[in-house]
Design a binder for this molecule. Structure first.
Ligand code: NAI
Ligand code: MG
Length: 498
């Protein structure tokens, strides 16, 4: 179907006067001061130690394919030790501290994160491939903000649940993905600790480094041993952790498939569960949408973080009267996005996190072409080594196309059109997911009317992908259940007694 594909050949010279005006000199962030180790161990009971099996796995930089470090791989025996240490810390120390004392540790961790944020941002970018401007200006400030925010709740739980008596649950097993490695660690650890629980965290196998640096920060903050344990490893480690009989609470962010496996694995037990799974968000442009802002919002919604975002605005629903105009503007804007070295401060789109993820994106893009949608993809030169995908969008998409139904988790947008608002709502809700959505209109009343009809946990209006620790986040339908962030984010970590 090559005739239906608007894939351009790389041009020898920049194609437009506009492109000629912006020639960027390389502006790499210096990584000299990063204290990256060659080998990382597990963090159990306040100490770093090798895996009981002695096994290690390599974590690579997806922008270069170079091995960054060898990381200890936790097995069943290490899971046992870590859960025991979390249990002991819970019984002997953490549950006995006052909220104010717990808060003090969390404030200390938050301040240390701020102090080390440059280093953590670089590590995040090296290990995961996201542009430094995102890890530095989006992820790290939010990570610190989450710890500050929940530190503030630790001694105010009676105000969080007015008139109710609550108590912590015990040991929380937390499994997180690779798209926001340190931010997901913060989302999980901060509320758990504030509410009085202890934690065993399993970072994703492609991005374990920042969680291990966070473990070091816990040591520096003199957090009592065992309150936070970090077990790097892959799916098997995660499965052993969530299945451990002495775990009281499981929190998972990742794919819907693994979320369902976890649900099955713990069915019938008394473990509490929250799941934050995939998404296929609709970003809806009504006839009167403010187009300049909307184009930036669309770009931020799908190309931000290579589209490795569960709430990415991966379906664009446009009123047919403005469809051509929106496509024209988007085509122009996408050409100006810069793909390349994630450590370069001018980079908009970094490396795809792993080879399997790149293959998944490519396969879905091919399905879009095969099913008859039109691919718009600017010519851009991609580095030789590493995993890359240019920003792309599809026009002529219908709701039955795979690219309109399946999570691509890459920088690829599917554009659909609608005639009436009822049709927009129907199309937006025509998915198994229900994590997020966006609405663009100048009319406030329309925002409220449409938001109430959208089956999505988060709805942004005239903006996209905005986060704040005080604001709850989570899904409906197959996007999971439970909320993280805000007051709501404390609830999954306490039991209401009366
Ligand atoms: P995944 O769901 O396999 O991985 C997420 C985490 O779960 C990792 O730490 C992994 O080691 C762990 N894990 C894997 N199997 C497990 C099991 N049986 N029990 C407990 N933990 C387990 O996600 P994957 O394979 O890396 O990505 C596949 C797709 O999932 C992506 O293409 C994307 O569509 C989606 N995804 C969604 C995310 C989100 O934020 N909602 C994050 C990552 C992926
Ligand atoms: Mg890596």
């Amino acid at each position: 179907m090559a005739t239906r594909t608007k894939r351009e050949k790389p041009a020898a010279a920049p194609e437009s006067p506009r492109a000629q005006r912006f020639v960027y000199a390389p502006a790499p962030e210096s990584a000299d001061h990063v204290r990256r180790l060659e080998r990382y161990d597990l963090f159990v009971d306040g100490k770093f130690r090798p895996a009981s099996s002695g096994k290690r796995f390599a974590t690579v930089n997806p922008a270069t394919e170079e091995t960054l470090a060898e990381v200890a791989e936790a097995g069943a025996k290490d899971v046992e030790l870590a859960v025991q240490s979390a249990r002991k810390a819970y019984e002997k120390t953490w549950s006995k501290l006052s909220g104010a004392e717990r808060g003090r540790y969390l404030f200390r961790i938050a301040r240390l994160i701020q102090e080390q944020s440059r280093e953590l941002a670089i590590l995040e970018t090296q290990d995961g491939g996201k542009p430094i401007v995102e890890s530095r200006d989006v992820d790290l400030p939010l990570v610190a903000a989450h710890f500050f925010y929940y530190a503030g709740w630790a001694d105010k739980l009676e105000h969080a649940f007015p008139g109710r008596r609550v108590r912590s649950l015990g040991v929380a097993a937390q499994v997180i993905p690779w798209n926001f490695p340190l931010l997901m660690a913060a989302w999980k650890i901060a509320p758990a600790l504030a509410a009085g629980n202890t934690v065993v965290l399993k970072p994703a196998e492609t991005t374990p480094l920042t969680a291990l640096h966070l473990a070091r920060i816990c040591q520096e903050a003199e957090l009592p041993p065992g309150v936070v344990n970090v077990l790097p490893g892959a799916g098997e480690t995660g499965a052993a952790l969530v299945a451990h009989k002495d775990v009281n609470k499981v929190a998972f962010t990742g794919s819907t498939e693994v979320g369902k496996q976890i649900q099955r694995a713990i069915a019938g037990s008394s473990k509490r569960l929250t799941l934050e799974l995939g998404g296929k968000a609709a970003n809806i442009l009504l006839e009167d949408a403010p187009l300049d802002q909307a184009i930036e919002g669309i770009v931020n919604g799908i190309y931000f973080n290579q589209g490795h975002v569960c709430c990415a605005g991966s379906r664009l629903l446009v009123h047919e009267s403005i469809l051509e105009e929106v496509q024209r503007r988007l085509e122009r804007r996408v050409k100006t996005l810069r793909v390349g070295d994630p450590l370069d401060k001018n980079t908009d789109i970094g490396a795809i996190n792993s080879k399997p993820q790149l293959e998944k994106i490519r396969a879905l893009v091919q399905s879009g072409v095969d099913e008859g949608a039109v691919l718009h993809q600017p010519a851009c030169e991609l580095p030789r080594a590493g995993y890359w995908h240019p920003p792309a969008f599809f026009s002529g998409v219908t709701t039955s196309h795979r690219i309109a139904q399946e999570e691509i988790f890459g920088p690829v947008l599917a554009i659909l059109s609608f005639r009436t608002e009822a049709e927009a709502i129907a199309k937006a809700n025509n998915t198994t997911y229900g994590l997020s959505a966006g609405i663009w209109t100048r009319k406030g009343s329309k925002v409220f009317e449409m938001a109430s009809k959208l089956r999505a946990g988060v709805v942004w209006a005239n903006t996209y992908n905005r986060f704040d620790p005080a604001s709850p986040f989570g899904g409906m339908k197959e996007s999971g259940f439970g909320r993280e962030g805000g007051l709501h984010g404390l609830a999954p970590y306490v039991e209401v007694l009366s």
